[in-house]
Design a protein. Sequence first.
Length: 511
Amino acid sequence: MASEEIISLLDSPTQKDKEFIQKAYDFAIKAHEGQLRKSGEPYFNHVFETAKILASLQMGPTTIVAGLLHDSIEDGVATEDYIKKEFGDEVYFLVNGVTKLGKVKYRGAERHIESLRKFLVAVAQDIRVLIIKLADRLHNMRTLQYIPLVKQKRIALETLEIYAPLAQRLSIRVLSRELEDLSFKYVNPTEYQKIVNLLNSKEKEALPELNKFIKSVKKALATEGVIHFKTDYRQKGIYSLYRKMQRHENDINNIYDILAVRIIVDTISDCYKVLGIMHSIARPIPRRIKDYIALPKPNGYKSLHTNVLTKDGATIEVQIRTKEMQQESEFGIASHLFYKEKGSIKQKENSETRWFKQFLPRIVNYFKTTNSHEATPHWINELAESQKNLKTEKDKNNFVEDLKVDFFNERIFILTPKGDVVDLPRGSCVIDFAFAIHSDIGAHMSGAKINGKMVSIDTILKNVDIVEIITKESSKPSAKWLEMAKTSMAKRHIASYLEKNKSKNQIPRQK
Ligand code: MN
C-alpha cells in the first residue's frame, strides 16, 4: 500500500498533485494510527480505499485529498484549523461536508428524516461532497460482512433507497451498479441468489457463443480496415436485471441485454462503419437497432445498439461507441468534475457541457459559475428550501415520502414541443407535466397531445414523450385531478387552487 497506488490511477497528475496527495496520505496514516476497523484491519485502509475509488473515478487531487482526510475531523485526530492551514479551504470545506453527513446515524423514522435533511443541505453546497460520500459508502458496503447482522440490513436498505439512486441520477454507473448489487444481497438475499444463479447459468450457456461471435467480429473488422478497436462483453448488473425482470413478467426470455458485446472505437464514423459490418456478418433483428448517437438518451447516454442473430441462432446485443462515450456512460458527472478542478473549464465548455446540458437540465449552471457554492443544482436547493418549512410530525413524514417519490426514484424525461426537457418521476401523468412547466399552464389545461395525438390528461407518460399542453382560459382543475396527479408539486398546486376556489364560492359572512 502506497500513495503511488492512488496516483497511478490518475490520468496525468502534475508533480504538485503528487506531492499534495502524498502529504495527505502521510497525514492520514498518522491521524488514524492505532485505530482499527470492525474487520480488524487498520482504519487507514478505509480512507485509502475511499481515495482509490475517487481516483478511479478520475476525480481531481483536491477531492482525492479530501477523501483521504474524510474521517480525520470526526475521529478527533485533526482540528479544523489544522486542515485549513495545511490543506487549504477547499479541502476543509469538502471534509467538513462529508463529516456533517457522517455524523448522523440512521435509527428509526425520526433520525432518518434528520439525516436526510443534513444530507441534502450539505450536498446542496457542492456535488463533490456527495461523490466522496458515495465512495465512502461503497467501501463500507464492500466490507459490510464485518458489521453486526442487525445493522447490515439497515445500512444496505439505506444504500439501496438513497445512495444508489443518487449515484444513478449523477450517471455514475460504476458506483450505482456496485452499490445496488452489494446492498441487494443484504436486503433480499433469496431473490439475490435466484438472480445470481440465473445469470450464471445464462452466462455459461451463452459464453461459447459469445466468444465465437467476438472472434468473427475481430476478423471482420480487421478485414474492413478498422484497426483501432477494443471488444469485450459486459454482464447486466444483478439488481438491474431483477428490476427489469419485474417489468417483464419475470420472464428472462423477454430480456435481450443480459450479456452484451461492446465494441469501442476511435471516432463516430467508425461507430457507423462497425454497425454496417455487424449487420453484414449477422442478421439484425428488426426494431432492435437504436441510434443513441444521433438521438442520445435524455441522460446523455450515447451509443449504437443492435441485436443480431448469429448463424447458430443465438441473439446477441452489440453496443458500439467511442472511448469518450464509454467514459461518460461509466463515470457520468464525475468525468466532468475532473476538468473543473483542473481549471480548464473554459476550453472544455463547448464540447463537454453540451453533453452535460442534456444530462441534467437543472444543473446547467454548474459549469458556468466558478464559485461552487453558487453552482448548486436547483432540485437540491429546492429540497433544502422546502425542508425548512416542516413543522408537524406529519409534514416531516410526508417530506420523506415525497422525497422518495420525487427525487430518488427513477426519472423520466419529457420534452415540450419546443424541445425543453422536463424531468419527472416514473409514473407521472400529463397533469404532472403541465404543472411542472408552469402552475398557470396546469391550472388552465383543457387537453393534451402526446407525440401529436390527443390523449386524456391522466395518461401516464413514457420516457422522451413529446407533450403539448392545450390551455383554455375557462378550464380549471377539479378534485379528480388530485387523485390522478403523482408529484407533490402538482398535488400542492391543485389543492391550493381548490382551496382558494372553495372560499370564493362560499357566501360572504355577514358582519
Ligand atoms: Mn468513512
